[in-house]
Design a protein around this ligand. Structure first.
Ligand code: FMN
Length: 180
């Protein structure tokens, strides 16, 4: 899991909260993630025991190489800067390298961008990423599920990320044809 300096740290926190201990979880923060985290979650990110954190500089981590079969990578929230750097294959730090590995190995790379409005550079970078096999899940909450709090709205996004990771969850109500 990679966390960048886009707004939306709560999405990352709720995803971390909902990854069970049966999963091997590694977390990398971009340089700017820390300053946005301190704006949005002043008490800091809460990591469950067993979650491994890594600095962004060292490539001495298992997920910097395709030889380790990691299932999936999620960049949440994903800044337009990181999105552009992944789209162009920069691989200049461990987060970007890990994303590049996921694409080249045809493994699941989920990006959760947060920006508005979008410019043509963003759209073209997104197009490149889709062509390369990434899954783009913009941090757009659903408003039809009866959310009562901001956290409920956050969870509508996190639930869909978990769905795409193949992790069963009932974080947000599902749409039904008929209501009781
Ligand atoms: C409070 C705050 C909120 C930000 N929100 C966003 C955002 O939602 N989307 C975005 O693309 N950049 C946002 N930025 C700008 C990024 O932090 C900045 O472009 C940074 O260079 C991204 O670097 P990174 O991708 O390595 O984390 C925000 C910056 C700050 C200080």
């Amino acid at each position: 899991m990679a966390i960048t300096g886009a707004s939306g740290t709560l999405y990352a926190q709720r995803l971390l909260d909902n990854l069970g201990s049966e999963h091997e979880v590694h977390v990398v923060l971009s340089q700017y993630a820390q300053s946005v985290i301190s704006e949005e979650i002043p008490e800091g990110l809460k990591l469950k025991p067993g979650v491994q954190t890594h600095g962004s500089r060292s490539m001495n981590v298992p997920f910097a190489s395709g030889s380790n079969p990691f299932d999936a990578m999620v960049v949440v929230p994903c800044s337009m800067g990181t999105l552009g750097r992944i789209a162009h294959g920069l691989s200049s730090d461990v987060m970007l390298r890990a994303a590049d590995v996921m694409l080249k190995e045809r493994r699941k790379l989920i990006l959760v961008p947060r920006e508005t409005p979008l410019n043509l550079v963003h759209i073209k970078n997104m197009e490149l990423l889709l062509l390369a096999g990434a899954i783009l899940m913009p941090a757009n909450p659903q408003f039809y599920t009866g959310a009562k709090t901001a956290l409920d709205l956050v969870d509508t996004v996190v639930s869909r990320i978990l769905d795409h990771l193949g992790i069963a969850n009932d974080l947000a109500p599902r749409w039904q044809d008929e209501r009781e």
